[in-house]
Write a protein that binds this ligand. Structure first.
Ligand SMILES: [Zn+2]
Ligand SMILES: [Zn+2]
Length: 170
């Protein structure tokens, strides 16, 4: 895989121990895995995982990014893409959850559940939509997670997606 050969500089990638939890977020530009502690991307090439899993991750991230771009960059497909991304039991999320679960064997991993937080009606869930447990804060992050289901939901104020959108519009 040569995906990361032109990757970010040394100071821009996570160098934390594998004990720090990771976030699987399909729309991140450098790597779909981000460190929850230092908030920097985790390089897939550093991960001790099978080539099969690496391949599955890259394939999934590519599809996720395409859906995400349809949502963020188009008007015609925006609602359609949003429905796919928001469907907790839709294939893109089920596959993502599965990948997070497999990666979790090596490093504790939570799965970022897409929400349109530019939507004024979006409310961060207080209870986990999967199991009903109370969502809790983790480290110094503005999203909340369910430890049992390993899912993360953005806070209303989280504006990563909007920032990304703004950058693209510049
Ligand atoms: Zn880190
Ligand atoms: Zn749960």
């Amino acid at each position: 895989m040569e995906t990361n050969s032109m990757g970010p500089g040394q100071d821009k990638i996570c160098r934390c121990s594998k004990d720090e939890p990771a976030l699987l977020h399909g729309a991140l530009p450098e790597s779909p895995f981000n460190c929850m502690q230092c908030k920097k991307p985790i390089l897939l090439n550093d991960a001790i995982i099978s080539n099969e899993l690496k391949h599955a991750i890259l394939k999934w991230a590519k599809t996720y990014n395409s859906l995400f771009a349809l949502w963020s960059d188009t008007t015609e497909y925006r609602e359609w893409a949003k429905q796919k991304l928001q469907d907790e039991t839709g294939s893109i999320n089920l596959e993502g959850l599965q990948i997070a679960q497999q990666y979790n064997v090596m490093r504790k991993t939570y799965y970022w559940m897409f929400q349109d937080n530019s939507d004024k009606d979006y409310v961060q869930p207080q209870q986990c939509p999967f199991c009903g447990a109370t969502m809790v804060s983790i480290l110094n992050n503005d999203f909340k997670v369910c430890h049992g289901c390993r899912v993360a939901y953005p806070n209303k104020q989280t504006s990563n997606d909007e920032n990304r959108l703004n950058l693209r519009l510049l």
